[in-house]
Design a protein around this ligand. Sequence first.
Ligand code: SAH
Length: 250
Amino acid sequence: MQGKLYLVGIGPGSREHTTRRAVEAIRESDVVVGYTTYLRLVEDLLSGKEVLASGMRREVERARQAVELALGGKKVAIVSSGDSGIYGMASAVFEYLAENRLELEVEVVPGVTSALAAAALLGAPLGNDFAVISLSDLLVPWQEIERRVELAAEGDFVIVLYNPRSSRRDWQLGRVREIVLEHRPQATPVGLVRNAYRDGCAVEVTTLREMNPAKADMLTTLIIGSSRSFVYAGRIITPRGYRSKYSMRG
Ligand code: SAH
């Protein structure tokens, strides 16, 4: 008999922000697969389970391993941080199934993605249309990423950046800043959230002019406001409406 595969997003880090279904899915599984860092975040749920920890850049191998175990009758959970469908393992698994014409029961368990965790810590920066862009050029050529940044900037979207900077990719974020500055005022608010809802959580509100790209790393999510975003009492706010439909005066 076939098993089942869970693609579990465990949220940003703290257990309060992991959904109940995510916890259940891990509890129901015989095998739990994921990066060591993420497995550590759910360590308390792993006793008595087979645990397959792996390093970065091993997505396809991990997908194949998990699918095979599930086809062989096991209940397998692949854990991703945030949401599994957003720069996570879900697409790798479905691509593998499609490529090999395999059929398997898969349940995707949604999780609180970094954009939402960072936004909550910053106030209400995502009150209007936003674009989410990963600056990692591991799987997408840089030219294409830069084009999307350009279009999002031109379209006045709030821009959420995942994978903003690593030791190997140290100039891209500076380039993004330049591009956005061609379309938005220097005082446009920028929020940097590092380790959202984890130990060492740090939140910084700055501006496009002042922001220091060197402060971002692979544990940081950045939110660049639209031309209408503003800061009040340390929070970034993007107004819901661009037309004053009702009076806000108290
Ligand atoms: N599937 C994940 C994203 C994986 S890509 C999700 O839905 O959130 C990895 C990037 O996510 C990191 O480089 C960083 O930009 C962001 N990230 C992941 N966890 C984070 C956290 N706790 N705080 C801030 N950013 C985080």
